[in-house]
Design a protein around this ligand. Structure first.
Ligand code: NAP
Length: 280
């Protein structure tokens, strides 16, 4: 069978096939990448199909559910307890998590340092990864949430694991400058655009802002940052970089910013086109 797929449910209008096909082209390969959506009760029955692929990516709701079926885990997946990329080698499935590298490569591309005061808004799946990675890189971390109990639970986990103090704040009570603000909530995401998870006054005092939302490309949070002259980056770069890192794992390729930046632009343009066609 072979080929590459994204598994998840539902998959909607995922941009993954377009991103991966462009990455195959950059590698000079003629492989195929398709969406493969099935309901959770079918996961076990689909494992033989997945074993027949050359590799696959995983999104919600299978990032953790796939763990019992894998033969081994890379450190990246073990650290976050979630897998988004599987490499096949001699019929063995190894799980990786490339969201983290996608995030770090995006920070590097913008020269956004994590060795500063970092505010992560949101404490869900991706927020947990940003928070852990920020601390691993030496950040002084604040987790900003709407539900303090969820923020406290993550702060305690990180504090115990890495031996560092972690602040927790309600989102609407933030009032200090941060070296870097990261949005890991879906606030501002299409179709509910035009809203920001953070007060404008806090955004204006930040050293830099990263919004992991990629649809729309220019969220209210990014607009607030740019209006205040604060360097800002959106989530499409992370989305493209995490896909590129999957190819680096599958094929030993290595991509440069000079290759990835135009692809990010292309995907943003595709998104704008789709936004102009509500039925797309
Ligand atoms: P998740 O696990 O559902 O976590 C969402 C977090 O946002 C939770 O802390 C949640 O708080 C908070 N939240 C939700 N609605 C909120 C609201 N109205 N006000 C304040 N906080 C709110 O989701 P996730 O998987 O981490 O994804 C979060 C966002 O990241 C999504 O927009 C997703 O598209 C984006 N993302 C982007 C990339 C990329 O490559 N660019 C990768 C992964 C995710 P409660 O627990 O209180 O609900």
């Amino acid at each position: 069978m072979g080929g590459y797929r994204l598994i998840g449910h539902p998959l909607g209008h995922s941009m993954s096939p377009q991103i991966h096909e462009r990455l195959f082209a950059l590698e000079g390969r003629a492989d195929s990448y398709t969406l493969f959506s099935f309901p959770p009760k079918e996961l076990e029955a689909q494992i033989p199909v997945l074993r027949g692929l050359d590799g696959f990516n995983i999104t919600i709701p299978y990032k953790q559910a796939i763990l019992p079926y894998l033969d081994s885990l890379d450190d990246s997946a073990a650290l976050y307890g979630a897998v988004n990329t599987v490499r096949m080698q001699g019929g063995r499935m190894t799980g990786y998590n490339t969201d983290c590298d996608g995030f770090l490569r995006t920070m590097q591309a913008h020269r956004f340092s994590l060795q500063t005061s970092v505010c992560v808004a949101g404490a869900g799946g991706v927020g947990r990864m940003f928070a852990i990675e920020a601390v691993r890189q030496g950040a002084e971390l604040t987790i900003a949430v709407r539900d303090p109990a969820k923020g406290q639970a993550l702060a305690q986990e990180i504090g115990e694991r890495f031996g560092c103090p972690v602040q927790v704040s309600p989102l609407d009570a933030l009032d200090r400058p941060f070296g870097l603000i990261i949005n890991a909530t879906p606030v501002g995401m299409s179709p509910k655009t035009g809203v920001s998870p953070l007060p404008k006054s806090v955004v204006a005092q930040a050293g830099a802002v990263f919004d992991c939302i990629y649809n729309p490309r220019e969220t209210r949070l990014l607009q607030d940052a740019r209006e205040a002259g604060v360097p800002a980056a959106g989530g499409m770069e992370m989305l493209v970089w995490q896909a590129a890192v999957a190819h680096e794992i599958w094929h030993g390729s290595r991509f440069s910013s000079a290759q990835i930046d135009p692809l990010v632009g292309e995907m943003n343009a595709l998104l704008d086109q789709k936004a102009g066609r509500p039925d797309a």
